[in-house]
Design a protein around this ligand. Structure first.
Ligand code: PGA
Length: 249
């Protein structure tokens, strides 16, 4: 049976509001013209999530948030809760992206709080894990990744589906990616960890970090890669569509 991929677009704080809405419309039009059997998830900036939900209302594309607060409501200026994203119609939430960990000092304890809250909703979490360049060079990549999994508690929480995105920090936005063997090895360690602990039947492990039209077919052909988390390349309509098409081959 064909292993249908999951392709998640992480737009980060890009592009402008009006360009973002145009890009959503244009992606919707192109996706309607091609055969897609993968699960496609677009995570735009929160301010255009409503537009995205309307544009893709009759589409196979699902919408996700790039983060969420773990409280349902409360005195958290500037934050948006997991419940708000659920109520508006988001089906997925990226949690623990390395940019949130670095720029907003999110640690595994807070990431656990977020996953634990999402567990009370219908949202499917996309947990990001990945080693730093120093960890990779010191031979500590898999230890770093497994520690993030353990401390975030994703292995013990019960979800209908769990998505882990393996994103080496040094690969994000750099044009560099790990070797096939390195990706395969970390993916199998993540799966092994989840398989042996808790209720982990429906696990998908994605690769993220500098995925582009040139390397995507090779990445998708690696054993254990269930899809991709795509940043920069998902902001170019033609490239994103090519990436989606690569999963059909
Ligand atoms: P990139 O970003 O594809 O631009 O490297 C991936 C990510 O940060 O999720």
């Amino acid at each position: 049976m064909k292993n249908h991929k999951i392709i998640v677009a992480n737009w980060k704080m890009n592009p402008s509001i009006f360009q973002g809405i145009e890009l959503l419309k244009s992606i919707n039009q192109s996706i309607n013209e091609i055969k897609v059997s993968s699960k496609i998830v677009i995570c735009p900036p929160s301010l255009i999530i409503r537009d995205a939900l309307i544009i893709f209302s009759n589409s196979i594309v699902s919408i996700g948030s790039q983060d969420c607060h773990h409280a349902e409501i409360g005195p958290y200026t500037g934050d948006l809760s997991y419940k708000m994203f659920e109520d508006i119609g988001c089906e997925y939430a990226i949690i623990g992206h390395s940019e949130r960990r670095a720029n907003h000092f999110e640690d595994n304890k807070l990431i656990f709080e977020k996953l634990n809250s999402i567990n009370r909703s219908k949202i499917i979490p996309i947990l990001c894990v990945g080693e730093s360049f120093v960890e990779r060079k010191s031979g500590l990549a898999s230890e770093a990744v497994i520690r993030q999994i353990d401390e975030s508690g994703i292995n013990k929480l019960e979800f209908d589906q769990k998505i882990i995105a393996y994103e080496p920090i040094w690969a994000i936005g750099s044009g560099k990616i790990p070797t096939r063997d390195e990706i395969m090895s970390i993916h199998s360690k993540i799966r092994e960890k989840l398989d042996t602990e808790g209720n982990n039947k429906n696990i998908k492990v994605l690769y993220g970090g500098s995925v582009n039209t040139q390397n995507v077919s090779d990445i998708f052909s690696i054993n254990g890669v269930d899809g991709a988390l795509v940043g920069g390349a998902s902001l170019k309509k033609a490239d994103f569509i090519k990436i989606i098409e690569s999963a059909e081959i």
